[in-house]
Design a protein around this ligand. Structure first.
Ligand SMILES: *Cc1c(COP(=O)(O)O)cnc(C)c1O
Length: 367
């Protein structure tokens, strides 16, 4: 069996470090707040090259809290892509603002800057770029467009911990960046977790307050906030894992290079990385016309696959109310019908990657 992702293999490789760190938190009963959390926040900010970081409950909250402190609310429009996980758009709706979906580029499957520019109205306040599959968006063009129209830029970096755009890590490419530590992400906790990072220390300060019942001191609530915190156990786990992240991302890059080279002669469309981007390959996504056939045959051979994501958000029942008709985002719609995610995680062996390559090559030659 070759799974899509193997969380057990990763745990086994760092078991003693993790068990020791968790035991220490239990002994100190530092379950909410505490030294591990503070240290993780400092270390993750440094990793991203950012001035400040605040741990929050999950990646969806990270996006919601970032939009809230940027002042986004009812009557505002926030532009993002429909080719993403629903959390990106949920965070916009949660503030009372309206999500506006734009199309993606056919090659990178990321936000098309021309489509962004065309969708800006007097109500547009911000854009959420999604560094999907581990690859950063075209930040030079997107930031230029955003600055020209006075829009805030939020990075949804939930799938791109450690990726680079023009030699700069994601996290500092816009005004504020949001991360998820959902277990299967490149940097994953053992439960829910998230973080917001920024070069703007005041912005992070205000998120910290909003995420902790509107307070910075125990009994003074300056505003009404919410409860969305990264807990001490997760912080201790993330501190251990952060030390391994670059090495794990490098392993993903080796697997991706292997897939790209060996699948060149097969009948599948391979993922494209922009020359200015360095992907951390959260997912390795190919495109085929006979998707169901390929997935079923691979499954018979013990190879798991996934689809990220089968339906663009404007076509999901949840967004029917927006009244966006089919054909409005042709590239997103076409890509969603063709994509297949192949097994991708650091602990994959070369032999396993070879097995997937042989199976895909044989099957796509027959179709
Ligand atoms: C995982 C993910 C999120 C949400 O993160 P959670 O921690 O699950 O709330 C947001 N955006 C993208 C692109 C994601 O992949």
């Amino acid at each position: 069996m070759i799974p899509l992702v193997d969380l057990k293999a990763q745990y086994v490789s760092i078991r003693s470090e993790i068990d020791g760190a968790m035991q220490a938190v239990l002994e100190q009963t530092a379950f909410i707040g505490g030294a591990e959390l503070q240290q993780f926040e400092a270390e993750f900010a440094a990793y991203c090259g950012a001035k400040a970081c605040v741990g929050v409950g999950n990646g969806t909250d990270a996006l919601y809290l970032a939009l809230r402190v940027l002042g986004i609310g009812p009557g505002d429009e926030v532009i993002t892509v429909a080719h993403t996980f629903i959390a990106t758009a949920e965070a916009i709706s949660l503030t009372g603002a309206k999500p506006v979906f734009v199309d993606i580029r056919e090659d990178t499957m990321l936000m098309n800057p021309d489509a962004l520019e065309a969708a800006i109205t007097p109500r547009t306040r911000a854009v959420i770029v999604v560094h999907l599959y581990g690859q950063p968006c075209e930040m030079d063009r997107i930031v230029e467009i955003a600055r020209h129209h006075n829009l805030k830029v939020v990075e949804d970096a939930a799938q791109a911990h450690g990726a680079y755009w023009q030699g700069q890590r994601v996290g500092t490419l816009g005004d504020v960046a949001c991360f998820s530590f959902y277990p299967g992400k490149n940097l994953g906790a053992y439960g829910d977790g998230g973080a917001v990072v920024s070069q703007d220390e005041d912005l992070i300060h205000r998120i910290r307050r909003l995420a902790n019942h509107g307070r910075l001191e125990k009994y003074t609530h300056e505003i009404e906030g919410v409860n969305s915190r990264l807990d001490g156990l997760q912080a201790s786990i993330l501190r251990i894992k952060l030390r391994h992240l670059d090495q794990w991302n490098a392993a993903r890059q080796r697997h991706a290079a292997h897939y790209l080279e060996a699948l060149g002669g097969s009948g599948v469309k391979l993922p494209t990385v922009h020359p200015k981007a360095e992907s951390v390959w959260h997912l390795f996504v190919i495109r085929v016309s006979e998707r169901e056939h390929l997935q079923a045959r691979l499954k018979e051979q013990g190879i798991a696959t996934g689809i990220h994501y089968p339906l663009p958000l404007h076509q999901q029942p949840a967004y029917k109310y927006l009244g966006i008709s089919e054909g409005t985002l042709p590239v997103s719609e076409k890509v969603a019908s063709e994509i297949v995610s192949l097994p991708m995680y650091a602990e994959l062996t070369e032999e396993q990657v070879d097995t997937v390559i042989k199976a895909v090559t044989t099957l796509t030659k027959l179709v």
